[in-house]
Design a protein around this ligand. Sequence first.
Ligand code: ATP
Length: 207
Amino acid sequence: MIGVFGGTFDPIHLGHLRPVLEVHQALQLERTHFIPCRIPVHRTPPLADASTRLAMVRLAVEQVQGFVADDRELNRQSPSYMVDTLVSLQQDFPTDSLCLLLGADAFAQFEQWKSWRRILQLANLLVMRRPSGMPLDLAEDLRARVTAEQKVFRASQAGRILFFDVTLMDISATRVRQAVMEGKAIRYWVTDKVCEFIADKKLYKSK
Ligand code: ATP
């Protein structure tokens, strides 16, 4: 099973990395791909350009065995729809099942994603609970897919949903960017290398 973790990563921070590592280890994923989006579809445009965000993802994951910085969305001209990303991963790794990792806040919007039913044919969904709270009202067709059994989830080719408790870290990229803008330290919110990169490139100094 391959983990798929997409995001804006503007910038990538420990609130992304630590929970994903916990999932990666617990489910014994073969690899986990971190996939920065080129053009996000569900939010305001990022401040840093796509290649800069990818460079930070590379710096953050390069030492971690099993973590991969994946640039496939950056090579596409169209907006970054997860369904297209999963199709492309399935083509590259036809014998592996896919596990899409989502924060609970992202999962709360899941039914607004393009072709979300198709996504569930392509991948399993792992929802990482985060401090901002859990979505409570799951639509019936999503609720029916939820399993509490990691074994069942691990054996599923696609379509299962697992809620997974991770170490809660109340860090967001918004908070990191805000701190840089205010001249405050961001050390221990991001990896040391990402911290240095942001300082070197003078990122997020202004809006
Ligand atoms: P921003 O503050 O700019 O909106 P963000 O910190 O939420 O960004 P994204 O790159 O938009 O980061 O998030 C990518 C994915 O990581 C989403 O699925 C999101 O739910 C999840 N995520 C972000 N921060 C955390 C966190 N602290 N704990 C768990 N999941 C997180």
